[in-house]
Design a binder for this molecule. Structure first.
Ligand code: ADE
Length: 236
């Protein structure tokens, strides 16, 4: 799997992926990241990438001609690449979407800055807009980190134990609507606080029941929207 990042800040990459499990997966050739500087595709002597918005207003907008050249350069090598434009205006990323994206061989992530990118270039190439949440970041790069990280941990080999990702928030007990139960490890008593007794019992049926109960409790409290979906799904 290859990620190509179109950005004004190529030094952001590989960034956090040069460490830890991601580095091992990269060394094994499971995925790669290449960052291209959009500015390198500007043709005037000032290397201009943006201009003022038609219709007025604050900020600057990436020029479609410059962005198009960077996109064409990537598509020339990977014509079937999936094109993503991180934007607070997109559909919110969820685990289902991550699973879909992680199937792609080539993903291009165009990182906007300022007011964003001329709409025509997004429409022309069919960029999918993806938001990572209801808040505004200063550019697409941090959102790109999130998308890349979520995809690569799904790829075989990033997680040592495939069971790990079957049993975490968004796939508890076969439900995509429950959040994960709490975890405990040694010491059994810490700061006068004991590990829940059932976890020491060795009774796996009881442990699973306790974990499911906790998952339900946490989901109900923290994410009433998911809890509602869980209940609706159960009655189907
Ligand atoms: N760019 C700026 N804010 C963003 C967000 N919330 N999600 C994705 N890309 C963004």
């Amino acid at each position: 799997m290859k990620f190509t990042i179109l950005t004004l800040f190529p030094d952001f990459f590989p960034g956090p992926f040069a460490e830890s499990i991601a580095k091992k997966a990269m060394d094994k050739g499971l995925f790669s990241i290449e960052a291209l500087n959009i500015r390198d595709f500007a043709e005037d002597k000032h290397k201009t990438v943006d201009d003022t918005p038609y219709g007025g207003g604050a900020g600057m907008v990436f020029r479609p001609d410059v962005v198009a050249k960077s996109v064409e350069a990537v598509l020339a090598k990977n014509p079937a690449a999936k094109l993503i434009y991180p934007s607070p205006r997109g559909k919110t990323l969820n685990q289902k979407k991550v699973e879909e994206l992680s199937e792609a061989e080539n993903i291009v992530i165009l990182c906007g800055r300022y007011e964003g990118v001329d709409q025509r270039v997004l429409d022309h190439y069919g960029f999918e807009e993806i938001s990572i949440g209801d808040y505004i970041l200063s550019g697409g790069e941090i959102a790109a980190y999130t998308i890349i990280d979520a995809c690569i941990r799904i790829k075989t080999g990033v997680l040592g134990n495939p069971q790990t990702h079957k049993e975490e928030s968004f796939s508890i007990a076969g439900s995509e609507f429950l959040l994960e139960y709490p975890h405990y490890t040694k010491p059994a008593i810490w700061q006068n606080s004991e590990v829940p007794e059932v976890l020491l019992s060795g009774n796996h049926a009881k442990i699973n029941e306790w974990r499911l109960g906790k998952s339900e409790q946490i989901t109900k409290k923290n994410r009433p929207d998911l809890w509602e979906k869980f209940l609706n799904n159960k009655t189907k």
